[in-house]
Structures are given as structure tokens and as C-alpha cells.
Design a binder for this molecule. Structure first.
Ligand code: IMP
Ligand code: MG
Length: 180
């Protein structure tokens, strides 16, 4: 499962993730009860988190997705965020954007701006992991499961050059620099 010369070290184990995700889901359920909720998942990194989270949000909701990419094959952001076409029901609805991780803030900022043009009732953001770094743009997550220092992590949806998304835990990666 670990590639080439990469080294990984577990940061958040599966049980800790499930416990925090459950608590976050219960909070979101309480906050959005009685509201027309559209959950907008950001592909691909959010899928493991989203699937677990929404099992604990037992109120009516719509689930839509869009795709965002900025990282390429490196552990530093390219700074350019590309979005797929945004499809879904947003007008007059309470939109909760769900992503894997908040780093520079560019991805969520870009998505948020797109959604705000579609006349939603409200827009909030939810991330599995909030990296404590200086943001490139002004944005803080409304909901977060974990806060971590500025390290590069993989697993539970998060990738390094498309590897490691299917790890059931989150680990700090030290890339070995070999081929992928
Ligand atoms: P931002 O646009 O800089 O906030 O970065 C958000 C995106 O960068 C996430 O959706 C991830 O795809 C990617 N990313 C940022 N930090 C990490 C990391 O530590 N591991 C894996 N992907 C990351
Ligand atoms: Mg990614």
C-alpha cells in the first residue's frame, strides 16, 4: 500500500475519525433541521468523509457534487483552482460545501464565490481537516472535524498524486521522490 520510498506515519486513526465525524454530523443535523439543505461535495477528496458524515445527518437533503483541482502531483498548491461545471439545486436553498481539507483557502473560496452567484439562502463550509497555516485568501471553515499543523497528509480521501485515498486512517506523508 505504501509506494516507492514514501514514508507514512499515522496521525488520526480510524476510530478517532469516526468519533469526530459522528459528532460533526449530529451538529449539522441540528443546525439544518427544517431548512432546505443542499450538500455540495467537492470531488474527489471529500467522498470518504462525506459518506460517513451524512450517515449522521438524518434530515431531508439534496446531495450534489463538483470537481475541483489545484494540486497536481506535488505537495504544494499550484495556486490555480479549476472547477467543473456546477450543477445542482442552489437557488433559495441552504448550501453546505464539504471538502476534505482547508489549506490556502483558494479552493473553498473559489467554490463559494460560484455558489453565491446562484442566489442561495445561505452558504457555509465544512471540512474534515483544517490546516493551521496562513491563508492565501480570507476564509475560515464553519465546520471542521480536526485541526492539524502544516504537514502533508494522506488517507481517508486525501491523496498524494492520486495515491492513498483508500487508507482508512489519516497519515503524515514524507514523499520518497520516486516514480508514482
Ligand atoms: P487549498 O485550496 O489550498 O485550501 O487546498 C485545498 C485542496 O488542496 C484540498 O481539497 C486538497 O485536494 C489539497 N490539499 C491541501 N493540503 C493537502 C494535504 O495535506 N494532503 C492532500 N491534499 C491536500
Ligand atoms: Mg487533492
Amino acid at each position: 500500500m505504501v509506494h516507492a520510498n514514501d514514508r507514512i506515519e499515522v496521525l488520526l486513526d480510524a476510530a478517532a475519525i469516526q468519533e469526530r465525524v459522528r459528532a460533526l454530523g449530529e451538529r449539522i443535523e441540528a443546525d439544518y433541521r427544517g431548512k432546505a439543505l443542499t450538500v455540495l461535495g467537492v470531488l474527489k477528496g471529500s467522498v470518504f468523509f462525506l459518506a460517513d458524515l451524512l450517515r449522521h445527518v438524518q434530515i431531508p437533503l439534496r446531495l450534489d457534487f463538483l470537481r475541483a483541482s489545484s494540486y497536481g502531483n506535488k505537495t504544494v498548491s499550484s495556486g490555480i483552482v479549476q472547477l467543473s461545471a456546477v450543477e445542482g439545486a442552489f437557488e433559495g436553498r441552504h448550501v453546505l460545501i464539504v471538502d476534505d481539507i482547508l489549506d490556502s483557502g483558494r479552493t473553498l473560496h473559489t467554490i463559494r464565490r460560484e455558489i453565491e452567484r446562484l442566489s442561495p439562502a445561505s452558504v457555509k463550509t465544512c471540512v474534515l481537516v483544517d490546516k493551521k497555516v496562513e491563508r492565501a485568501v480570507e476564509l475560515e471553515a464553519d465546520y471542521r472535524a480536526f485541526e492539524i499543523p502544516n504537514v502533508f497528509i494522506v488517507g481517508y480521501g486525501l491523496d498524494y498524486a492520486e495515491h492513498y485515498r483508500n487508507l482508512p486512517y489519516i497519515a503524515v506523508l514524507s514523499p520518497g521522490g520516486a516514480e508514482s
